[in-house]
Design a binder for this molecule. Structure first.
Ligand code: NAD
Length: 377
């Protein structure tokens, strides 16, 4: 079984789908691996490191696609790349299925099976393959650092000959994977941290990191779905959430927001009025910027200034920490590939509880969304 990794073509994407350490493990397990020259350079992995790990380096993506039975990528293939993927091959990536209608039609027409990492079920058996979690871990960490260097204050308490500095206050909205990592990072930097989430289960996780959990009056009930995700709130629930956040936001020097509801635009947790009540010099880092933002004033990829408050809307923060983000992504890929390929045979069954939901194109059909009737390409 031959695996192929091309160079990522998107200008902002610094990650690579396999790193040399994982290549060595896969080669030891019997896989052949082909890598496009320079694929790892932006994550600081040289061609020579891949060669030492047992991979063959090929001159371009076309050569990789021609040889690989499974193509591993971080970002979805471009239309041009999809046009080069041979019939019968499998491509694994963050496929953005809801925004990839044209791409999925082309892949189905070419007989390519596409597996969308976003659709991996969040179950214990699939935890080692979960790129959303691994990349959110990196993004949450980086969001806290970005906030720390943007506020006009130090994070920890300091007792110095020049006086005593009180620690900065950090408020984290949404305490899922990214939020918990932001809390842990802000705590390591010495800040006082409070956090809010609508899932009752998050309270214990927040408190175990030494942060204060903010309560809502009449907390919304049954918010957690089987997959562990939150549901969209009704209007009156949303109003109470905003009131709760409004009572705390004025104290924060740094607010990190990470709240998401799968398949929906991000919940609005900070209004323009709430920003106006914040301290000058305070900062919001909105990790939900690419799904509409948790703050009303957020603009994707921009820093907005409003009454002395800076609102950052960074996209794809995991790609700004490419070495470790790639290392984690790569281990996720290894787990997935070793799950799918047994005795050198690809086991890709649509009724498989892990791989089945991820197959957005298979055997000439577009299979996304899962509840829509299958469309022939
Ligand atoms: P996510 O990125 O979809 O959302 C981030 C957080 O925002 C969640 O904690 C969510 O509850 C919160 N949120 C949504 N609407 C909100 C609102 N109106 N106000 C405040 N907060 C709001 O979620 P995620 O971080 O990817 O994961 C969420 C949960 O899924 C995890 O905490 C975990 O329990 C579960 N999970 C399970 C597995 C597994 O079993 N393999 C893997 C990853 C995550």
């Amino acid at each position: 079984m031959r695996l192929g990794v091309p160079k990522e073509t998107s200008a902002e994407e610094n990650r690579v789908a396999l790193v040399p350490d994982t290549v060595a493990r896969l080669v030891k397990a019997g896989f052949e691996i082909v890598i496009e020259t320079g694929a790892g350079v932006r994550a600081y992995f040289a061609d020579e490191a891949y060669q030492r790990a047992g991979a063959a380096i090929l001159p371009d993506a076309a050569a990789v696609f021609a040889q690989a039975e499974i193509v591993l990528k971080v970002q979805r293939p471009s239309i041009e790349e999809a046009g080069m993927l041979p019939s019968g091959c499998v491509v694994v990536a963050l496929m953005q299925p809801a925004a990839s209608t044209e791409l999925m039609a082309l892949l189905a027409e070419r007989g390519v099976t596409a597996l969308a990492m976003e659709l991996l079920p969040r179950i214990s058996a699939a935890q080692a393959m979960d790129v959303l979690s691994s990349q959110a871990t990196v993004a949450g960490y980086k969001a806290a650092l970005l906030g720390a260097v943007t506020i006009g204050r130090l994070m920890p308490m300091m007792i110095t000959a020049a006086g005593t500095l009180i620690p900065s206050s950090v408020l984290v909205l949404g305490a899922g994977v990214a939020g918990l990592q932001a809390i842990a990072t802000a705590r390591r930097l010495g800040a006082q941290v409070a956090a809010f989430d609508i899932r009752a289960a998050s309270r214990q996780e927040v408190e175990s990191l030494g942060a204060h959990f903010i309560e809502t009056e009449q907390a919304p009930a049954n918010v957690e779905s089987a997959g562990g995700y939150a549901r969209e709130l009704a209007q009156d629930e949303q109003r109470r959430v905003l009131q709760t956040i409004g009572r705390h936001i004025g104290e924060a020097d740094l607010v990190i927001t990470t709240a998401q509801v799968p398949g929906r635009t991000a919940p609005r947790l900070i209004t323009a009025e709430m920003v106006a009540a914040m301290k000058p010099g305070s900062v919001i880092v909105d990790l939900a910027a690419d799904t509409g933002g948790n703050c009303e004033l957020t603009q994707l990829d921009r820093t907005v200034q409003s009454n002395g408050v800076s609102i950052l809307g960074p996209r794809n923060l995991a790609a700004t920490v490419p070495t470790h983000a790639s290392q984690m992504y790569s281990r996720n890929m290894q787990s997935l590939v070793q799950y799918m390929v047994r005795d050198q045979k690809l086991m890709l069954e649509l009724d498989d509880r892990i791989v089945g939901p991820m197959a957005i194109t298979h055997q000439g059909l577009v299979r996304y969304p899962a509840d829509a009737s299958r469309t022939a390409a």
